[in-house]
Design a protein around this ligand. Structure first.
Ligand code: SF4
Length: 488
């Protein structure tokens, strides 16, 4: 490991000098800085269980994937990475063996052959996302083969409206790779930038020069990719307000269309690679909030729109338009436009999200291969949503996506009386209202500016499973705190 000795690292770690914002007092931070889900699904993956087997999946596929010709989303997970980034919380396999990709592609093809007959063949794939791991661990020939296999089994499209995206590790691609990706039909790129500061890059074991990102961004523009997105992280080791400010300036100068600025969640008990990070090199909760304030301030000043939950986009981006039209959705990749009601996940650990259920593939590569060797789909677990789950999912989605909730719309959609159905939740919201996180105008709940930073805390009030866990034993509470990152 080539991290600097801890003592040197700590000396160099400058404490934030920027004045704290008055609205963020310590008490409020302590009150709301608690473990909580990011709500890329409701119920969260923690609730998925093994009693959701292949038979349940087949029935759900018949009900959801075959009874409509509505657009479809596909997600393909490619788990391999050449190097480990210490902050990583993804399901990945670190290897430098290129033959791993070939083997995986063969199994992926088998899965596609088994899964695709369960989808109505008229459903157009309007959204396709290749994630990882590192999708660009596949070489050009393997990516071409994968796209060919997908096109042979699902109805891909060249519509201008399609959103075909791929996560890029800038260290693994060249200008030529971008040309190939464009030729294969991808029109959106998501670049893993994380941070431009060299000390931070060293502390997370991910070195990539600014010039490299600049060239890739400019090349992507030249090839007319419709959207370029950057993933960045705040709260990383050695990161300070000063270093973050420089990273922000460099980011703004390159002008990506979308920016996802995730909060680093330090969960070393859960993610082994994070044990290489010295806790003392991490910014405190107060510093992280100041970082979030700086990010918001600078990106808004640069003309970006804050979509919510760490996402910023240019005003003419599809996500901003979808927000404006009340059509923004949230799924396992974060925010999305409302183009397809069902998502089919392919590859190890992938999650499918159908209207009435979630299904997750085996998480370990060996188990995934074993299932496919037996000629069966590698579904490991899942969750069938009750009507109550669907109501709560709708409420949480609207709060996260619209930053407001019209209770009358929920009443009409589900035939309930909101104040009766959510009596307990309305009481639980009162302290949040007193703390200035939200306000009520008649039947409409609106999230305040402060509340936007604590969106997860507001949604958590409507999470039945979280409440149940908190009402039960302290042991369960402890296990929840290991599963979820802190909200701030
Ligand atoms: S952050 Fe991305 S590239 Fe780094 S180890 Fe994790 S999945 Fe691989």
């Amino acid at each position: 490991m080539d991290l600097p000795p801890a003592s040197i690292a700590k000396d160099k770690h400058r404490v934030a000098t920027r004045p704290s914002l008055p609205m963020w007092d310590q008490q409020l931070i302590a009150k709301y800085d608690v473990p909580g889900p990011r709500y890329t699904s409701y119920p969260t993956a923690v609730q998925f269980a093994g009693d959701y087997d292949l038979e349940v999946y087949r029935q759900e596929a018949r009900d959801n994937l075959q009874q409509t010709i509505a657009p479809l989303s596909l997600y393909v997970h490619i788990p391999f990475c050449q190097n480990i980034c210490y902050y990583c919380a993804c399901n990945k396999v670190v290897t430098s063996d290129p033959s791993a990709a070939r083997t995986y592609l063969d199994y992926l093809t088998q899965e596609i052959e088994l899964q695709s007959p369960m989808v109505d063949k008229h459903r157009t794939v309007m959204q396709l996302h290749l994630g990882g791991g590192t999708p660009t661990f596949f070489d050009g020939a393997e990516l071409t083969e994968l796209m060919h296999v997908l096109a042979s089994h699902y109805k891909l499209t060249d519509s201008e409206r399609r959103e075909y995206s791929i996560e890029i590790d800038p260290r693994t691609v060249t200008k030529d790779s971008l040309a190939l990706l464009k030729g294969l039909g991808f029109n959106r790129l998501s670049l893993g930038v994380q941070d431009f500061d060299e000390q931070v890059q060293q502390a997370i074991n991910r070195r990539q020069r600014y010039g490299m990102i600049k060239i890739l961004t400019e090349t992507a523009r030249l090839y007319q990719f419709k959207s370029i997105s950057y993933d960045l992280i705040y709260g990383l080791p050695m990161q300070t307000l000063e270093t973050l400010s420089v990273t922000l300036d460099k980011t703004i100068a390159l002008s990506p269309d979308r920016i996802a600025f995730y909060s680093y969640a330090h969960l070393p008990k859960r993610f082994k690679s994070q044990r290489a990070i010295d806790r003392l090199d991490l910014p405190s909760a107060v510093e992280k909030l100041e970082m979030l304030s700086l990010i918001t301030e600078k990106l808004l000043a640069a003309g970006y729109v804050h979509i919510g939950m760490d996402h910023f986009v240019k005003p003419k981006d599809d996500l901003a338009l979808a927000r404006h039209e009340g059509k923004l959705q949230r799924n396992f990749q974060g925010y999305s436009t409302c183009m397809a009601p069902d998502l089919v996940g392919l590859g190890v650990s992938s999650i499918s999200a159908m209207q009435s259920s979630y299904a997750q593939n085996e998480r370990a590569l060996d188990d995934y291969y074993q299932r496919l060797d037996a000629g069966i789909l590698p579904i490991a677990k899942g969750f069938k949503l009750s009507e109550d789950d669907q109501i709560r999912r709708a409420v949480i989605n609207r709060i996260i996506c619209d930053l407001q909730l019209d209770t009358q719309t929920v009443e009409k959609q589900f035939g309930i009386i909101f104040s009766e159905y959510f009596g307990q939740e309305l009481l639980a919201l009162k302290p949040l209202q007193s703390d200035g996180l939200l306000c009520w105008h008649g039947d409409k709940l609106t999230v305040s500016e402060l509340g936007q930073l604590m969106l997860r805390n507001i949604c958590m009030v409507f999470d039945k499973y979280l409440r149940r866990a908190n009402d039960n034993s302290s042991g369960r509470e402890q296990s929840e705190s290991i599963r979820f990152s802190n909200t701030l």
